[in-house]
Design a protein around this ligand. Sequence first.
Ligand SMILES: Nc1ncnc2c1ncn2[C@@H]1O[C@H](COP(=O)(O)OP(=O)(O)OP(=O)(O)O)[C@@H](O)[C@H]1O
Ligand SMILES: [Mg+2]
Length: 314
Amino acid sequence: MTTVPAVAAATPPSAGGARVLTVSSNKGGVGKTTVASNLAIYFRALREELPVLVVGLDDQHTIDRMFALREPRPGDGNLKHGFSERSFDRVAQLGQYGVHFVPSPPDLIGLKARAEDIGTLRRIVDRTVWDGVILFDTKSDLEALTQNALVAADRVLVPVSDWASLEEATKIFGFLERVRPGAHKARVLLTLADLRTRIDGPASDLRSRLETEVKARGWPLHGTMLSRSPRVEALNSATERPLSILHHARGTPIHRQLKDLAEEVLGDLGLGAQTPYAPPPAPARRVVVSRGREPERVADWKELFMRSLRRIQR
Ligand SMILES: Nc1ncnc2c1ncn2[C@@H]1O[C@H](COP(=O)(O)OP(=O)(O)OP(=O)(O)O)[C@@H](O)[C@H]1O
Ligand SMILES: [Mg+2]
């Protein structure tokens, strides 16, 4: 069951070269951050040469804890600098698993004012030289920063785990339709719904009920669904640094489901197996610079990625 349009319908990359995926739901705790951060890791694993940049737009710093390879240093750029510089070129930092991330600012004060024009983030993306994927993980609201991330996206992934999040999804679909009628860039991802949750009525489990309702509303639905997994709960909460599902949940249903979802999303973004990703010949353009330090060149990613993999496998 796949209702997601095929690769042919995928949008072209931004002027800066990036394909943009935003994970968003106005409802809290539906798995946005888990999906965004783990999809980033699967993207890298499936397409080793594909640059992947994750940007967290909330104030929980989960992305930093998951990906940072080192302690913050004076002079490191963060999301606020990205907004003032109108580009993520300088502030993107190489992280665990070869995934880049934009460090979170200490607070979001002042950013909302900068984001009042909801096209701001799209312009930042367009000015960022990034020939890969940029993933935005949004806060559970529909305020200015989230609206920016929705406008900037080529695809919006809307996790739905229960009836309340389904109702909240209506707001995202409504917002996108108002901004650009007919664009249809949002897709629902059923997540956290437990097949064992029985309910009364024609569809006797929660997941089937939600699936039926999503289809009735005419919303595109990802063929892959993510189940509730005690393993994921443990990976996210047992240590300070959330651990990757790819490396630490082998043999579980969610491990396979995330791989299927990653392939589905890559295809939807025009980066599927049918359209092989061709990395640009001169990666030296993409340089991660921190003030007062030697730049880390993109060519170093692979070595650091392999080093982090070896550390994980030990
Ligand atoms: N597939 C899953 N199985 C079990 N638990 C999960 C799964 N996905 C996420 N969780 C847990 O659900 C909780 C919420 O997940 P997460 O932080 O990813 O959601 P969120 O939508 O980003 O939340 P917020 O709205 O606060 O940003 C966390 O405790 C996480 O460990
Ligand atoms: Mg979150």
